[in-house]
Ligand binder design. Structure first.
Ligand code: DHB
Ligand code: FE
Length: 282
C-alpha cells in the first residue's frame, strides 16, 4: 500500500513566479515570504515523496465561468502550465501519476462524489507555483495528481463537503496498491480579496486561528457556512478550502494526527496574506 507522509500548504500569487524569474527572493519585500521555504524544502528532501496530490483552484484557465465543475480530478500523463501571463514566463510541465488519478476518481465516484475526470487539463499558477517553490532547482522529482475545487463561481462547495472530499481522497491514496510515498499539497489563500468594496481585505486573526486549527482541530473551519468563510477570509481567501481538503486527507489510517514541521505567515504579498505550512503524519 502507498505511504502518506504528510501535507504542505502554500499561497500561490502569480507575482511569486515573476519574483523567482527576476531573482528577487532576497529583496526586503519578498524575503519574509521566501525565507519560509528552506525548512520545508529540507523536510521534503528528507521525506522524498514520489507523488504529490495537489488540491487547488483553477482561475478561469481550464474551466471558465461557462463550465465550472465543483470538483475535478486530473487524469493526464502531463499538465502544462498555461498561466494568464503575469507570472513566471515558463514553468516545466508537471508529470501525471495516472494510476493514482484513476484510483482517486474511482474511489470518489464510489463514495458518491460526482467528480469531473479530466484527461487533458491545463494548469495555472495555483497548480504549478507550489512545485517551483518546493523544488526551486526544477526537474521535479515527483509526479502529481491535480484535484481542483471550485472557489471561483458560486455556488461553492461547503467546507464540510470539502473536508469529506479530502478525507475520501486520503482513503483512496491509503488504499492505492503502490510502494510510493505520497504528500498532499494545498495551494491557495490565505485571506485576500482582489475586487469590490473590500479589495485588499486581510484578516490576520482568522488566518492564524485557521492555521492553528489544521494542527490541533482540523474540522474547526467546517463550523462556518461558505458565506461566513468569505466574510472572514475574503472572496479569494475562500481558497483556504484547499488547505482544509489537504488536512482532511491526512486524517485517514491508523495515524490520524499530524506534527507541525514548520509554518510561516507574512502580510502582504500583493493583496494576499501568505501562509505556508508543512505537516507530518504522526
Ligand atoms: C493574487 C492572489 C491570488 O490567489 C491569485 O490567484 C491571483 C492574484 C494577488 O494577491 O495578487
Ligand atoms: Fe488564487
Amino acid at each position: 500500500m502507498a505511504t502518506i507522509i504528510g501535507g504542505l500548504g502554500t499561497s500561490h500569487i502569480p507575482a511569486i513566479g515573476n519574483a523567482i524569474h527576476k531573482g528577487l527572493q532576497q529583496e526586503p519585500y519578498w524575503k519574509p515570504f521566501f525565507d519560509g521555504f528552506p525548512p520545508v524544502r529540507e523536510w521534503i528532501a528528507a521525506q522524498k515523496p514520489d507523488v504529490m496530490v495537489i488540491f487547488y483552484n483553477d482561475h478561469g484557465l481550464n474551466f471558465f465561468l461557462d463550465k465550472m465543475p465543483t470538483f475535478a480530478v486530473g487524469a493526464a500523463t502531463q499538465y502544462v502550465n498555461s498561466d494568464e501571463g503575469w507570472g513566471i514566463p515558463s514553468l516545466e510541465p508537471l508529470k501525471g501519476e495516472l494510476d493514482l488519478s484513476w484510483q482517486i476518481i474511482n474511489t470518489l465516484i464510489d463514495k458518491e462524489f460526482d467528480v469531473t475526470s479530466c484527461q487533458e487539463m491545463l494548469v495555472d499558477h495555483a497548480c504549478s507555483l507550489p512545485l517551483k517553490l518546493f523544488y526551486p532547482e526544477g526537474n521535479y522529482p515527483v509526479t502529481v495528481v491535480p484535484v481542483c475545487i471550485n472557489t471561483v463561481q458560486f455556488p461553492l462547495p461547503k467546507a464540510h463537503r470539502v473536508y469529506a472530499l479530502g478525507r475520501a481522497v486520503g482513503e483512496a491514496v491509503a488504499a492505492w496498491d503502490s510502494r510510493k510515498k505520497v504528500a498532499f499539497v494545498a495551494s491557495g489563500g490565505l485571506s485576500h480579496q482582489l475586487e469590490g468594496e473590500r479589495a485588499g481585505f486581510i484578516n490576520k486573526d482568522f488566518d492564524l486561528k485557521f492555521m492553528e486549527s489544521l494542527v490541533s482541530n482540523p474540522e474547526w473551519a467546517t463550523q462556518y457556512s461558505i458565506h461566513e468563510l468569505v466574510e472572514k477570509s475574503g472572496t479569494q481567501g475562500i481558497e483556504l478550502l484547499a488547505w482544509l481538503a489537504m488536512r482532511a486527507a491526512l486524517t485517514v489510517g491508523d495515524k490520524p494526527g499530524v506534527r507541525k514541521v514548520h509554518s510561516n505567515y507574512h502580510i502582504p504579498i500583493s493583496n494576499t496574506a501568505t501562509g505556508l505550512i508543512a505537516l507530518e503524519k504522526f
